[in-house]
Design a protein around this ligand. Structure first.
Ligand code: PEP
Ligand code: MN
Length: 339
């Protein structure tokens, strides 16, 4: 941590700041310039609240130089983490994985039809929610365990892996039985007791970014799962809340290269929730792959006009085919291939 002292601070206030830093357990290195003094506070304290020092008389600025997350950080692990999910590799610079399927599982015939079509076009994972986080309690809430069974059956039939959302602790054991990846929804990103419980799971977890979360908050949430002992964590950028109202969310493509430099964890992009408008999903998927996403998760429906949730952002199967053709070319242009 670096403490910049105000230009006209008295010697006694500088001494008080140094004493406060020592009392907090830091070693202090003082650099005295002509007009300004800078204090280097050395000591690893990831949970230190810098406001304790910012409030002291004579302090101009306090800068943290080490990051509060450890296990999720690039400094802890230099190489990319590569997760192996049923033989499909996620992460690293070689492949881009594609997850596709409906927003919600609605019936056996629906999930079978969509699974067949996305598998034929090169998806490796079947997505779909059986437990749905809906803004309205009157909206379709998902089929629950029967929906999970249908999804598993459809995925097995067409050689896919399953990714589906788990909404709370009471559902973990059930979702683990059917799913290859546990999806944590955006609204749950900071449900810390839930994240701790997922730290004990043997299944990989995909942690979506909260709609109003900073990179640091997102990586601290990943840290909860990692520090619980589950090292199979990937992140998912799914759009954030901004002042813009023309799109459902604002897809933060910049998250992809920034997270890659801060963390070794794979990052998946969700252009469907990221923009929320069907005819703009393909351009956002292209942008995400171009920016280095390790995978994309896309909503696809054979009859989106009658979908029980998110029909307006779900691609028709022919559009998904087009998306796959385009992202293959983009992946190749940056030295990767679509798994
Ligand atoms: C979903 O993937 O269908 C979903 C509900 O996503 P999010 O948590 O990003 O809103
Ligand atoms: Mn959805």
């Amino acid at each position: 941590m670096v403490v910049v002292v105000q230009e006209k601070a008295s010697e006694s206030s500088i001494e008080q700041i140094i004493k406060a830093l020592h009392d907090c357990g830091f070693d202090v290195h003082r650099s005295t310039g002509v007009n300004q003094t800078v204090l280097g506070a050395i000591g690893v304290q990831p949970d230190f609240d810098t406001r304790q020092i910012e409030l002291l008389p004579g302090v101009a600025q306090v800068y943290r130089i080490s990051e509060p997350f450890k296990l999720a950080s690039r400094s802890f692990r230099r190489e990319d983490s590569i997760l192996d999910v049923g033989g499909v590799k996620i992460g690293g610079s070689a492949v881009v994985v594609v997850m596709a399927g409906p927003c919600s599982v609605e019936s056996e015939s629906q999930i079978m039809t969509i699974a067949k079509s996305v598998a034929e076009n090169g998806a490796k994972f079947l997505r779909g929610g059986a437990f749905k986080p809906r803004t309205s309690p009157y909206a379709f809430q998902g089929m629950g365990e029967p929906g999970l069974k249908m999804m598993r059956k459809a995925a097995d039939e067409f050689g896919l892996q399953v990714i589906t959302e788990v909404m709370d602790m009471s559902q973990i054991a059930t979702v683990e039985k059917y799913s290859d990846i546990l999806q944590v929804g955006a609204r749950n990103m900071q449900n810390f007791t839930f994240l701790k419980e997922l730290g004990k799971s043997s299944k990989p977890v995909m942690l979506k970014r909260g709609p109003a979360s900073t990179f640091e908050e997102w990586l601290m949430s990943a840290e909860y799962i990692l520090s619980g002992g589950n090292h199979n964590v990937m992140l998912c950028e799914r759009g954030i809340r901004t002042f813009e109202t023309a799109t459902r969310n604002t897809m933060d493509i910049g998250a992809i290269p920034v997270i890659h430099s801060k963390s070794h964890l794979p990052i998946i992009a969700d252009p469907s929730h990221g923009i929320g408008i069907r005819n703009k999903v393909i351009p956002m998927a292209r942008a995400a792959v171009a920016a280095g996403a390790d995978g994309i998760i896309v909503e696809v429906h054979h009859d989106p006009d009658h979908a029980k949730s998110d029909g307006a952002q779900s691609l028709y199967p022919e559009q998904f085919k087009e998306l796959m053709q385009q992202v293959r070319i983009i992946a190749e242009a940056i030295g990767r291939s679509v798994a």
